[in-house]
Write a protein that binds this ligand. Structure first.
Ligand SMILES: [Zn+2]
Length: 662
């Protein structure tokens, strides 16, 4: 009886509902532009004219809007938390960031003990130990590190170390001789002088200059960014190998505080850099190394101590390098801390309120349809040899997808948070994180843990696990709109899912097989065909000129562009599959496939500060969003057909000029 009544009610409600919504924000459109000439402006023109980048941001667009919403959602949850247990940990961490009075009263005192330890370094051995100690707390250690599965043996774990040692965002900042870059170096010297003075460290000009010179030497040894992305995986070493092959730096002392020993497998991502780094230790005076390490430690800690430090860092790294106008408000930094250090605990509460089970089911169904569509695309890829095609299909068969939140949550038991000790909280949390990673290494066991919590607006693919991860904060409108017709969801989150799966076959991911092992399963013929397509895509993106005389780096952005191109093409296929041979409805005057491409262009709407744009052109593996929007559609037949493009239209491309991988 009840069942019957419920059904009847459902019918009534459905009948009373208006026709299904397209989900498009047509108010942002600029009808004075033709989509055939500039899809991006047609969809976003009105928004581009009216949107303003918030003072504390360097970009503004769909992904920032989503991140802002998630940030607000997290804040509201924090403000309602109870006492005791995990909730108390979150409250205390957040409160420690917000207690400005306490932070100002302490001044430079919280950073003093470590500065004293740096000042007391009296030998290369002590230097290596202190570097390792700061690395274990992520407090100015010079190299990036990650513990993960061994790509050649996914059951084992391995620590990967990446080059570093410089504070400017990219090595070119140390060499370029144009006026703008020279001015940045002058301001960097002023920054170093300023923080040394604040911290009571030797701040005379010769000392500051010596730090810059040392960083310049290290920058010269660094591998350029675009190159490092396409490298094949490196030879694993242990500490004994490192001492032998990279003499000069006491690697065993560096390893100890981080919990690494002779049994640990270490991969140096850029061995040439580490060899040069170690050799430099013996020729540069110890006093210079100490100042270099002090600069790194103060910079890393500055946002957790008094305002004078935080402002100095903001003026240089925020304003000068990125064009940011105001620092982030304290509550926002508090939310970031909670997400960073107690992410899973916060995530459980976040998904309970903001990610219904129905969304999880629907996105999972979309993932299945997209994988089916990807399979069709691989089967039809005439350029592949049968063997490579079989391997590619196996990768799709064994692909794992994490949707919304992980199946298991991690625990933060034993992590001590205090409402009156901001820097201490951060350092303890970093140490906790480091120990947790090492503990996993020791047990040769990895729980199904994500690299980012569910309240993150991002997504990723891990080649060594053959897995895509889609956090819940990403599965929100406009990327995923449960109230909208399917077309826009395939153009939004659908294309992003396709993009992440596309990373399984980009120039890095394609070196791994279905089980995450590094194995070359491409024949010479496949390699040649793939490279041919990749080179043409590189050339297309190299021609985009976001600033006069400054072009997109097609090589640097290749992996992401391959992801976009394949992701969008596969999203169209998946949308067609989802229709099950029924015609797509016309909504808001647009056909189904038109709506899909309109959403694709809409999700990339973004405003960006010029300083930051300059920086991202060097550094970012993603092209500026406008070029991502257009760079993909010009190569997709379905776009050219959906809007009836003809020769003469600005986005028209001869069929022979279109790059097609999938
Ligand atoms: Zn990507």
């Amino acid at each position: 009886m009840r069942l019957f009544l419920a059904l009847a009610l459902t019918c009534l409600v459905a009948a009373a509902q208006p026709a299904v919504k397209s989900g498009l924000d047509v108010s942002s459109f600029d009808p004075s532009v033709r989509p055939q000439d500039d899809l991006y402006r047609f969809v976003n023109g009105h928004w581009l004219e009216s949107a303003v980048i918030p003072a504390d941001r360097v970009t503004y667009g769909t992904f920032i809007e989503l991140a802002d919403r998630a940030e607000q959602d997290v804040r509201q949850i924090i403000e309602r938390l109870g006492r005791g247990g995990t909730e108390q940990q979150i409250r205390d961490l957040y409160a420690s960031m917000l207690d400005e009075g306490r932070i100002e009263a302490l001044g430079a005192a919280p950073i003093q003990p470590e500065l004293d330890r740096i000042a007391a370094i009296d030998s290369p051995t002590a230097l290596a130990r202190q570097i390792g100690h700061l690395s274990a707390m992520n407090a100015g250690g010079p190299f990036g590190a990650s513990a993960g599965l061994d790509a050649n043996n996914p059951a084992a774990l391995i620590v990967t170390i990446t080059q570093g040692g410089t504070l400017l965002p990219e090595r070119d900042y140390y060499f370029k001789s144009d006026e703008a870059t020279r001015a940045i170096r002058e301001k960097y010297l002023a920054y170093l002088t300023h923080i040394f003075t604040l911290a009571g460290w030797t701040s005379d000009a010769a000392n500051v200059r010596a730090v810059l010179d040392l960083e310049t030497t290290l920058a010269r040894a660094q591998q350029p960014h675009a190159e490092s992305r396409i490298r094949p995986p490196r030879k694993p070493m242990n500490l004994r190998d490192a001492e032998r092959e990279m003499p000069g730096f006491v690697w065993t002392e560096w390893a100890k505080p981080q919990g690494l020993d002779h049994a640990t497998t270490i991969v140096f991502e850029q061995p040439e850099f580490f060899r040069a780094f170690a050799a430099t230790v013996t020729v540069v005076p110890l006093e210079t190394w100490k100042s270099w390490l002090a600069a790194r430690y103060i910079t890393a800690s500055s946002i957790y101590v008094s305002r004078a430090f935080a402002d100095a860092r903001f003026e240089f790294f925020g304003r000068v390098l990125s064009g940011q106008e105001a620092p982030r408000e304290r509550w926002k930094r508090g939310v970031s801390l909670v997400n960073g250090y107690l992410g899973d605990a916060m995530g459980q509460m976040y998904v309970r309120e903001h990610f219904p089970e129905s969304s999880r089911q629907r996105v999972r169904a979309m993932v299945r349809t997209i994988v089916d569509a990807f399979r069709d695309a691989v089967r039809e890829a005439a350029w592949m040899t049968p063997d490579a095609r079989r391997e590619a299909l196996a990768k799709l068969d064994f692909l794992q997808a994490g949707v919304g939140y992980p199946d298991r949550w991690r625990s933060y038991e034993g992590l001590h948070m205090r409402a009156d000790d901001l820097l201490g909280n951060v350092q303890r949390a970093q140490k906790f994180e480091n120990d947790y990673r090492i503990m996993r290494l020791r047990r040769r066991f990895e729980p199904r843990q994500w690299l980012m919590p569910p309240q993150t607006v991002n997504a990723y693919y891990t080649p060594s696990r053959n897995e895509i991860i889609l956090p819940a904060a990403m599965l929100q409108p406009p990327l995923f709109d449960p109230a909208a017709d399917d077309a826009v969801n395939y153009g939004g989150i659908g294309a992003i899912i396709g993009h992440e799966i596309g990373h399984a076959f980009d120039q890095r991911g394609r070196r791994f097989d279905a089980f995450g092992r590094v194995r070359d399963w491409w024949t010479a013929g496949d390699e040649e065909q793939f490279q041919h397509r990749a080179r043409r895509l590189v050339a297309q993106f190299n021609a985009y000129e976001p600033l006069p005389g400054q072009f997109v780096n097609g090589e640097l952005t290749l992996g992401e562009n391959i992801g976009d191109l394949g992701g969008l093409a596969v999203a169209v296929r998946a949308y067609r599959l989802s229709l099950r041979r029924k015609p797509a409805p016309t909504i808001d005057g647009f056909s189904g496939e038109q709506r899909l491409f309109l959403r694709w262009a809409q999700i990339w709407r973004e405003k960006i500060r010029e300083e930051y744009l300059r920086q991202t052109l060097f550094l970012n593996q993603h092209a500026p969003p406008k070029y991502r929007a257009h760079g993909a559609v010009v190569n997709v037949d379905a776009f050219q057909d959906a809007f009836g493009l003809k020769p003469g239209d600005k986005l028209y491309r001869e069929p022979a000029q279109r790059v097609k991988i999938w």
